[in-house]
Design a protein around this ligand. Structure first.
Ligand code: GLN
Length: 537
């Protein structure tokens, strides 16, 4: 195929309509027909990346192999498409402005007034084309964050207008996602908000080619026809998107609504090969028809907002399907755990996961949860901060290091079993300076890790500043907590395990970022398996 095609996905009426899932589902269908597709997210906020945002603001911060801290939608893209994304797949207004201002300082626009149009819009266009120009993709889907009509979205919509003009109608198109609210009193789905949001797009010179309409109820043909007429799109291009019981149903829903065909027709691309969703559907079928059930406690401090742990909960869905097991999550706020209520809060769990996190709040509750899992031999999985808490708990309660601590909480502690990595010591900027992205990890034979991965050398993604302090390694290993994975170049401990425990694994990295539908993560698969075994004893 000669030229990369561009699909822009905008949103109207309200936010949170699921542009990311629609984009990922469309990409999935096109990929299942043999096209090479990637998805990009443009975020209209001024942070350079979401790495400095509290998860309550924007949900989980996702991390790519190349160490980009990104929007959680990139996690959906990877989970649906089963191929890695990169920094180029997520761009914020902050990054756009930073690069334009850097160029201005270098003198690249010498003599010119630097303006939103054309300089900011050109930078946005360049960022979209970076993916197209690699030659790696037949189709690039670019999701524009936010809602049309927002002040901060305007430069993006203008950049889309220009790209449509530059690339030509045959090579670029717009899908607009909207909501049809249902009025119970009259029993009607209302089209007016959609009409208005399309008008808003049109005042910026952008005519959508496809409308994807979120709705709680089936959209009658008459309503679709009305939308087509008033919004100036083809009748077949009004696509119904019913609320789904799981996001993993959306590709099939979009297939039956022929969203992929509408897109291929627009580009005049071959649609003779039907999408092959066989593997995907095996997963969906396993997920929906579990034979067993387990309850896993997720101990974290952002549990009020489940999106803060999106990749973890999705990893459980993938791993649950592999084990034909429904994984129920008991959300437990780490700050609510105290010596007196542990049994009440954690009793009956088949597995305990202590989540990643930053800062002091809820730390002691996490340590209590680790102790409960260790002593009661409940399968335990500690991720990043969760692993660090496992090390502290073992230090305090098994090795007798009463003051075992991480220097993240107490810089001058007398027993720094977790401390700042050397390369972190002189860093003062907070943004983008953690140990980020993919790092190699060598596994030690005869451990759970090596058995689970069935490999010697693995690669996992990181996002942290602190690490296991190797000065204590010998004491820990002698006392039964083994380092089962380490960085072959630096010797940093990446995985710890307790030998005398059915399944106790702490990992310094984030396995959840690499679990996909077609490639569920082996650690999650085995943790669920161990939890299932525990539930049967
Ligand atoms: N706060 C810890 C660190 O920076 C753990 C980070 C995390 O859980 N992602 O090392």
């Amino acid at each position: 195929m000669s030229k990369t095609k561009y699909v822009f996905v905008t949103g109207g009426v309200t936010s949170s309509l699921g542009k990311g899932i629609i984009s990922a589902s469309l990409a999935n269908l096109l990929q299942a027909r043999g096209y090479r597709v990637t998805i990009q997210k443009l975020d209209p906020y001024l942070n350079i990346d979401p790495g400095t945002l509290n998860p309550y603001e924007h949900g989980e911060c996702y991390v790519t192999d190349d160490g980009a801290e990104t929007d959680l939608d990139l996690g959906h893209y990877e989970r649906f498409l089963n191929h890695p994304t990169s920094q180029a797949n997520n761009v914020t207004t902050g990054r756009i402005y930073q690069s334009v201002i850097d160029k201005e300082r270098k003198g690249e626009f010498l003599g010119k007034t630097v303006q939103v149009i054309p300089h900011i819009t050109n930078e946005i266009k360049d960022r979209v084309r970076i993916l197209g120009n690699t030659g790696d993709w037949d189709i690039v889907i670019t999701e524009i964050g936010g809602t049309v009509g927002d002040i901060e979205s305007l430069p993006y919509v203008e950049a889309v207008r220009q790209l449509l003009w530059d690339e030509g109608k045959d090579n670029a198109m717009v899908i607009h996602l909207t909501l049809l609210p249902y009025l119970a009193t009259t029993g009607e789905l209302k089209t007016k908000p959609t009409q208005h949001s399309v008008k808003t797009l049109m005042t910026s010179g952008v005519q959508p080619d496809v409308l994807v309409c979120r709705s709680e109820y089936k959209i009658p043909q008459s309503v679709k026809d009305k939308l087509a007429l008033f919004c100036n799109v083809r009748k077949e291009a009004v696509i119904e998107s019913l609320d789904a019981s799981t996001i993993y149903d959306v590709p099939n829903l979009m297939l039956s609504e022929k969203l992929d065909e509408v897109v291929l027709d627009h580009f005049n691309l071959d649609k003779s090969i039907a999408p092959d969703l066989s593997e995907w559907n095996i997963f969906v079928n396993n997920f929906k028809n579990p034979k067993h059930e387990v309850e896993i406690g997720l101990i974290g401090k952002y549990v009020e907002l489940h999106d803060s742990y999106k990749s973890i909960t999705e990893s459980f869905i993938h791993a649950g399907a592999t084990n034909e097991t429904k994984v129920n999550i008991r959300w437990i706020h780490s700050g609510s755990l105290e010596e007196g209520n542990v049994e009440k809060k954690l009793g009956g769990l088949d597995g305990i996961l202590v989540a990643p996190g930053f800062g002091e709040r809820g730390i002691e509750g996490k340590i209590i949860a680790v102790e409960y899992a260790r002593v009661n031999k409940v399968p335990f999985f500690g991720i990043c901060l969760g692993m660090q808490m496992a090390v502290i708990e073992y230090g305090r309660n098994v090795l007798g290091y009463e003051d075992a601590q991480t220097t993240e909480i107490e810089e001058a502690t007398s027993c720094p079993v977790i401390n700042l990595m050397d390369e972190q010591k002189n860093i003062t900027n907070m943004g983008g300076t953690m140990r980020l992205g993919a790092w190699k990890c060598e596994l030690v034979d005869g451990t759970i890790a090596s058995e689970v991965y069935k490999d010697k050398l693995i690669s996992e993604r990181h996002r942290h500043r602190y690490e296991f302090n190797n000065d204590y390694k010998k004491e820990y290993e002698d006392a039964g907590m083994k380092a089962s994975g380490f960085n072959p170049d630096t010797g940093l401990v990446e995985i710890v395990e307790i030998t005398e425990h059915p399944w106790f694994v702490g990992v310094q990295f984030h396995p959840e970022y690499k679990s996909t539908v077609l490639n569920p993560h082996p650690l999650f698969i085995n943790f669920v398996k161990a939890s299932l075994k525990h539930s049967l004893t």
